[in-house]
Design a protein around this ligand. Structure first.
Ligand code: ADP
Length: 382
């Protein structure tokens, strides 16, 4: 992994060798990470990978089995003792927002301001601003029972954002939001961070969301940290096939690295030698599964293939190229230039050798296999 660009910043959060157990289940397994001031760190992992448990432990709703949680240089939780949630300077945005049923939307959102010591009027003015930005300003006077589920959720988001914490914990906050509200919320998050310098830890199973909003992304598998890096690093240089699938559409090609250094790589694919773009680091020669992202291959070039499927996606088109009994997804701008069944030529412009953890589900011996993480459709548009 390359040097951490944020290494110099002060930490808002540090998690040290954390284990969290529910009976027999080790939900968080020896996890260490740090979040710097103003940084947004995404926790990206499939369902059950321990994201919620980690956030609950940082917030104080769950206790460590081993390890420590530090907030702004203060140790707040060990297996022996833990500060209660209200003593931690943390804003929590979970999937379920328990609103005060007897307060209006406005007063629900004004509540954190009041707790910070703002006068009633100032707290309400601030709350109205937050509601306006979340596009529910006109509903300010309604009580939760008079709001739809989505509207209640926005009030909950508003209340969390009005908290002015130095660290926010987000547990899949957009899971039940429709697309337009999701965009509004994510925009508001960016504006807030820029205005306050608050840091965030954002749990999601959605790679696009994680890569789009975070400064760094932590990949979680079964409670363990698999990779930590910038969005570009985890997308372009995943540590293994599992990480590649988790972070986006991935085809895998059986190949051999002939030579790799200085951002270029000479690879052999099906007896054809191609000079492609790769990582800045030196790549060891030898046979290796080669990762191909949809934008890393293009039609026209030295490799033969047959189109198994073609999808028009609006701004771009996806072509599933069959080659020697295997498949690679190629993405090009514009409407389709070919139809399924056509013989085409294609080539690689970039690749990344997948080393790292052995993967039983990897099938490099079959040549190529398009892959996607469990529960996601293959080859979906990004
Ligand atoms: P995620 O948020 O990534 O979906 P969770 O933190 O909810 O993951 O769960 C991590 C693991 O802990 C899973 O195996 C889950 O079944 C288990 N788990 C979560 N909460 C409990 C609980 N209250 N009791 C027992 N097991 C739990």
């Amino acid at each position: 992994m390359s040097a951490d660009p944020l290494a110099a910043g002060p930490d808002v959060l540090e998690v040290r060798d954390l284990d969290v157990r529910y009976g027999e289940v080790l939900a968080v397994d020896g996890l260490s990470l740090r979040v710097r001031r103003g940084e947004m760190l995404a926790l990206l992992g499939p369902s059950g990978s321990g994201k919620s448990t980690l956030l609950h432990t940082i917030a104080g709703f769950q206790s460590p089995t081993a390890g420590e949680v530090w907030l702004k240089g203060r140790r707040v939780a060990t297996s022996e003792q833990a500060e209660p949630p209200e003593r931690r300077d943390v804003g929590v945005v979970f999937q379920n927002y328990a609103l005060w049923p007897h307060l209006t939307a406005l007063d629900n959102v004004a509540y954190p301001g009041r707790r910070r010591g703002l006068g009633r009027r100032a707290a309400r003015e601030e709350a109205q601003l937050v509601l306006d930005r979340l596009r529910i300003g006109h509903l300010a006077r309604r009580r939760p029972a008079e709001l739809s589920g989505g509207e209640q959720q926005r009030v909950g988001l508003g209340r969390a954002l009005a908290r002015h914490a130095s660290l926010y914990l987000f547990d899949e906050p957009t899971a039940h939001l429709d697309t337009s509200v999701r965009g509004v919320f994510l925009d508001e998050l960016v504006v807030r961070r820029e205005a306050t310098g608050a840091a965030g830890l954002y749990a999601t199973h959605d790679a696009e969301e994680a890569l789009g909003l975070a400064d760094r992304v932590a990949l979680l598998d079964a409670g363990s940290l698999v990779q930590l890096g910038t969005p570009e690093q985890v997308y372009a240089e995943p540590v293994d096939l599992w990480a590649a699938r988790l972070t986006g559409p991935a085809s895998v090609l059986k190949g051999t690295v002939v030579e790799g250094k200085g951002g270029r790589c000479v690879v052999r694919v099906l007896d054809t030698v191609i000079n492609v773009e790769s990582t800045g680091a030196a790549v060891e020669p030898g046979p290796v599964p080669l990762l191909v992202r949809p934008g890393w291959a293009r039609l026209g070039g030295e490799l033969p293939g047959r189109l198994r499927a073609v999808w028009y996606r609006g701004p771009h088109s996806d072509y599933l190229v069959e080659i020697a009994g295997a498949e690679v997804l190629v993405r090009e701008p514009g409407p389709p230039r070919h139809t399924a069944g056509d013989e085409v030529s294609w080539t690689l412009s970039r690749t990344w050798p997948l080393r790292g953890r052995p993967q039983p589900e990897a099938r490099p011996e079959t040549g190529v296999s398009p892959t996607s993480p469990p529960g996601r459709s293959e080859h979906r548009p990004r």
